[in-house]
Design a protein around this ligand. Structure first.
Ligand SMILES: *[C@@H]1O[C@H](CO)[C@@H](O)[C@H](O)[C@H]1NC(C)=O
Ligand SMILES: *[C@@H]1O[C@H](CO)[C@@H](O)[C@H](O)[C@H]1NC(C)=O
Ligand SMILES: *[C@@H]1O[C@H](CO)[C@@H](O)[C@H](O)[C@H]1NC(C)=O
Ligand SMILES: *[C@@H]1O[C@H](CO)[C@@H](O)[C@H](O)[C@H]1NC(C)=O
Length: 336
C-alpha cells in the first residue's frame, strides 16, 4: 500500500457516491467498480484517457500524491474527479496535487498553458489542488475552464498571473483556495459564482480581469459571495496598496463582490483602470456590498465603481450568476 500511496494511482468508479460534507473520503465507496488494478494508471491523464468517449457518467478517485502532468478533459459524458481527503468540506486537508509549469509565452495561448484544461460540460472536481508552477513572467494558467455546468468543491488553484481562466459556461468555485497576483481570475464569456473561498494574493495586481465585451445579459458575470481576501505568507514586499479587486480587460467588465472579508491591504480605490492609456471604464459594472476587514480601511472607491445597497445586493446570487436551475447541477451542500 505504501508504494501505491506514494506514487498514487487513479481508479475509475461507475457509481457517483454521495458523501456527507465534512466526512472523509479515503477509499472508493462500496459498490464502485474500480478500474484498473494497481499500477496501470500512474497518472490522472491515463485514467481520463481510459474512459469511453461517450455520454456515460464516470468518476475517477485519486489517491494521495503529486501528479506532475498536464490534464486535458474532453469526453462528452458527465465526469467527477474525487481526491483522497480526511475532510471533504475544505481544501485544507487535500492530498492530491496536479502540477505543471507551462506558460502562454511557450504554448501560444492561455488555454494551452493550463495545468488542468476542462473542455467539456457537466464536470465536477472535489478536493484536488491544481498548480501552475511557471511563476513570474507570462500568463500561466492553473485551471482553464470552458465547460458548462462545471463545479469545483474544496479545490485549490495556485499560480501567479492568470491562475483561473473562467472563460466559458456556467461554473462554481466553492469552499476552495485561489492564489495569484496578476489578473488571476479572468475570462470572457464565463458566468461564475465564487463562494466561501480563500483568495490569496502574493504580489501587486488585480484579483479579477473581466473580459466581458458587450452588454448582453449573461456573459462574464462573476459573482463573489463570502470569500476572504488575504496576503500569502510569503507575499512580495511592496504589495500593500497595490492590490485591487479588479480591472476591466474589456469595456463591459462585470464583477460583484458580496460580503467579502479583506485582510490584504487593498488600494483605497478598490478597483483599477485597465491601464492609464486605455482605462476601459465607461461601461463597467464593478460593485461591492458589505466589504469588511483591515484591508479596506479608508476605502475611497473609484468613481467608475458602485457600492451596492442591501436591496441592490440581493439581486446578485448564485442563481443570478449561473442560472436559476443551479441546484440541478451544483452540489448545494457547498453553497454559501
Ligand atoms: C507532495 O509534495 C509536497 C511538497 O513537496 C509534500 O509536502 C507532500 O508530502 C507531497 N504529497 C504526497 C502525497 O506525496
Ligand atoms: C436583457 O434583459 C432585459 C431585462 O430583463 C431584457 O429586456 C432584454 O431583452 C435582455 N437582453 C438580452 C440580449 O437577452
Ligand atoms: C493606489 O493606486 C494608485 C494607482 O495605481 C497609485 O497611484 C497609488 O499610489 C495607490 N495608493 C497607495 C496607497 O499605494
Ligand atoms: C457581511 O459579511 C459578513 C462576512 O461574510 C457576514 O458575516 C455578515 O453577516 C454580512 N452582513 C450583512 C449585513 O449581510
Amino acid at each position: 500500500m505504501k508504494f501505491l500511496r506514494s506514487f498514487g494511482f487513479a481508479a475509475v468508479l461507475f457509481y457517483l457516491p454521495v458523501y456527507v460534507l465534512g466526512g472523509s473520503r479515503t477509499s472508493p465507496p462500496a459498490g464502485a467498480v474500480i478500474v484498473p488494478t494497481s499500477g496501470e494508471f500512474q497518472t490522472i491523464s491515463g485514467a481520463v484517457n481510459s474512459l469511453p468517449n461517450d455520454g456515460s457518467s464516470r468518476g475517477i478517485f485519486v489517491y494521495p500524491g503529486n501528479y506532475t502532468e498536464q490534464v486535458s478533459i474532453t469526453r462528452p459524458g458527465p465526469l467527477t474527479i474525487f481526491g483522497y481527503t480526511y475532510d471533504t468540506s475544505t481544501y485544507k486537508s487535500n492530498t492530491v496535487m496536479i502540477q505543471y509549469g507551462l506558460s502562454a509565452k511557450q504554448t501560444g495561448s492561455d488555454d494551452a498553458s493550463g495545468t488542468l484544461r476542462v473542455h467539456k460540460d457537466n464536470f465536477r472536481m472535489y478536493n484536488v489542488n491544481v498548480k501552475n508552477t511557471f511563476g513570474i513572467g507570462s500568463q500561466a494558467i492553473a485551471i482553464s475552464q470552458y465547460g458548462n455546468r462545471v463545479g469545483f468543491y474544496g479545490c485549490s488553484f495556485i499560480g501567479y498571473q492568470d491562475t483561473v481562466l473562467a472563460e466559458q459556461g456556467a461554473q462554481v468555485y466553492l469552499k476552495g483556495y485561489i492564489e495569484g497576483a496578476v489578473d488571476f481570475i479572468f475570462g470572457q464569456t464565463g458566468q461564475a459564482y465564487f463562494g466561501g473561498n480563500v483568495i490569496a494574493v502574493s504580489s501587486k495586481g488585480c484579483v479579477t480581469a473581466s473580459g466581458r465585451a458587450s452588454n448582453d445579459n449573461t456573459s462574464c458575470r462573476y459573482v463573489f459571495n463570502q470569500n476572504t481576501i488575504t496576503l500569502t505568507p510569503g507575499a512580495a514586499s511592496g504589495t500593500a496598496g497595490h492590490v485591487f479587486l479588479g480591472r476591466p480587460w474589456q469595456d463591459f467588465a462585470k464583477v460583484i463582490f458580496l460580503n467579502t472579508v479583506v485582510s490584504a491591504p487593498l488600494n483605497t480605490s478598490l478597483w483599477s483602470v485597465w491601464n492609464a492609456g486605455q482605462p476601459n471604464t465607461d461601461n463597467v459594472f464593478f460593485a461591492d456590498f458589505n466589504t469588511t476587514g483591515s484591508g479596506v480601511k479608508g476605502a475611497h472607491r473609484a468613481k467608475f465603481s458602485t457600492l451596492l445597497t442591501a436591496s441592490q445586493a440581493a439581486q446578485y446570487s448564485i442563481s443570478s450568476a449561473v442560472g436559476y436551475d443551479y441546484s440541478s447541477w451544483v452540489d448545494t451542500s457547498y453553497v454559501v
